[in-house]
Ligand binder design. Structure first.
Ligand SMILES: [Zn+2]
Ligand SMILES: [Zn+2]
Length: 139
């Protein structure tokens, strides 16, 4: 139910794995628990407390910022039903991802763009590229 990508740095041995999509092994009820603890901020916590039927979207995406920062995070949109159990779910509230370094709103990268993307290496700050042999589909 998703894809995995391996990015390798062009100038040091660093590699990073990026995952996208939803995993059946990672129920969104777990994310709901985290949200109730305040892991995803006060607003999401309050929303979850007020609505026991809400879950958090556990679809993982890649987000990039114009400053070069990137994160591989859950969408964290608030949904009115679990998309793993029903097709009939509604996005109640979209949550934007803010860059942890500069505070700008990050852009979600489309699946078909990921292979051509250059990500900043967390070790040496040079470019990392996707390795076509180490990318693919996963359950
Ligand atoms: Zn590097
Ligand atoms: Zn930034």
């Amino acid at each position: 139910m998703g894809y995995f990508y391996t990015f390798a740095c062009s100038s040091c041995p660093h590699t990073e794995s990026v995952k996208t999509g939803r995993s059946y092994f990672d129920k969104s009820k777990g994310l709901r628990k985290q949200a109730l603890k305040g892991t995803y901020g006060e607003k999401i916590q309050q929303e979850m407390e007020a609505h026991p039927e809400y879950v958090l979207d556990q679809e993982k995406c890649l987000y990039v910022c114009s400053c070069g920062c990137w994160i591989n995070e859950f969408k964290k949109n608030i949904l009115s039903a679990n998309p793993l159990e029903t097709d009939d779910f509604k996005v109640v509230k979209q949550n934007r991802h803010v860059c942890p370094e500069c505070g700008k709103v990050m852009r979600m990268v489309k699946e078909k763009e990921i292979m051509d993307l250059k990500l900043r290496c967390p070790d040496c700050k040079k470019e990392m590229h996707a390795e076509p042999d180490a990318c693919g589909f996963c359950d």
